[in-house]
Design a protein around this ligand. Structure first.
Ligand code: SF4
Length: 287
């Protein structure tokens, strides 16, 4: 029975694909986007989360939170009298996930929803995702995959028959800036996006826009131009920056990259939308 490393399962979600969805957030990502708002999804293995404000400094846990990457044990977490420790991450089999999804099948059928595999990066656990997608198809559950596109092209291609929508992140048009913002350039990502398009997969481009980082006129135009070149990109979705990652970094005891502290105002997000829409006939949506 194949198991994957998960961060969480989100039931009755309405954001990551059409209708009501069960979203499987996997752990492990090869990119390090400066604006990542779930840094606890980046490392492939379970990680310790520490809530300093709850800690009694009693030493029962041997102060494991002081180690950079401590081995995480359920016993350490359970022994904490203050509930200051948690583990981010757990293992679950594809069969168990599908059993969870089947409980919600009636809602999927009524709303046009289904299962979404998100991350982290699904391509980081490519074999597990393939078995999950195949099992879902056998049980009549429709699937979306949210991907950064940074991974094995053959794996991505093998998923196409089982995926209703690819929610494909497009983070930065300029390859060098892409490297600066995420740790890798966008060449492989672009190749994989072209591959999906060539094979006729249905694609939604999902574009995180961060003020002072990638929300620049040349990138907004670049998004539109890319969508125009690719027949199977059906929609462009804007994902406006949200500044809620600070607590996550604190609990991981990691330094947060320097980023804006505020949500971009709705008028600014609408201006970005219009700037993209000026250069493409495809729908540009703020979901
Ligand atoms: S056991 Fe809990 S309360 Fe005690 S030091 Fe460790 S984290 Fe803090």
């Amino acid at each position: 029975m194949m198991e994957g490393n998960l961060l969480k399962l989100e039931h009755f979600a309405s954001h990551d694909g059409p209708g009501i969805r069960l979203v499987v957030f996997l752990k492990g990502c090869p990119l390090r986007c400066r604006w990542c708002h779930t840094p606890e999804s980046q490392h492939p293995e379970p990680e310790l989360l520490y809530q300093q404000e709850k800690c009694l400094h009693c030493g029962v846990c041997g102060n494991i939170f002081e180690k950079t990457v401590p081995p995480v044990s359920q016993t350490d977490v359970e022994n904490c009298p203050a509930g200051a420790l948690k583990i981010a991450g757990f293992r679950m089999s594809a069969e168990t996930i599908i059993a969870e999804a089947e409980k919600e099948q009636i809602f999927f059928d009524e709303s046009g929803g289904g299962l979404t595999i998100s991350g982290g990066e699904p391509l980081f656990q490519k074999e597990f995702c393939f078995s999950l997608l195949r099992l879902a198809a056998e049980r009549g559950i429709r699937c979306c995959v949210e991907t950064s596109g940074f991974g094995d092209p053959d794996a991505l291609k093998s998923w196409i028959p089982y995926v209703e929508w690819f929610l494909f992140d497009w983070k930065e048009t300029d390859p060098e800036l892409h490297r600066r913002f995420t740790g890798e350039d966008n060449r492989l990502i672009l190749r994989n996006l072209n591959l999906l398009n060539r094979e006729g997969a249905s694609i939604i481009l999902r574009c995180p826009l961060i003020p002072g980082v990638n929300a620049r006129p040349d990138h907004l135009k670049g998004i539109a131009r890319l969508a125009e070149q690719l027949d199977h990109v059906k929609e462009i979705h804007i994902e406006p920056y949200h500044p809620l990652a600070a607590g996550h970094y604190r609990q991981l005891r990691r330094e947060m990259p320097s980023l804006p502290k505020e949500f971009p105002p709705p008028a600014v997000v609408e201006a970005w939308r219009r700037q993209i829409a000026e250069f493409t006939a495809k729908p540009v949506i703020i979901p």
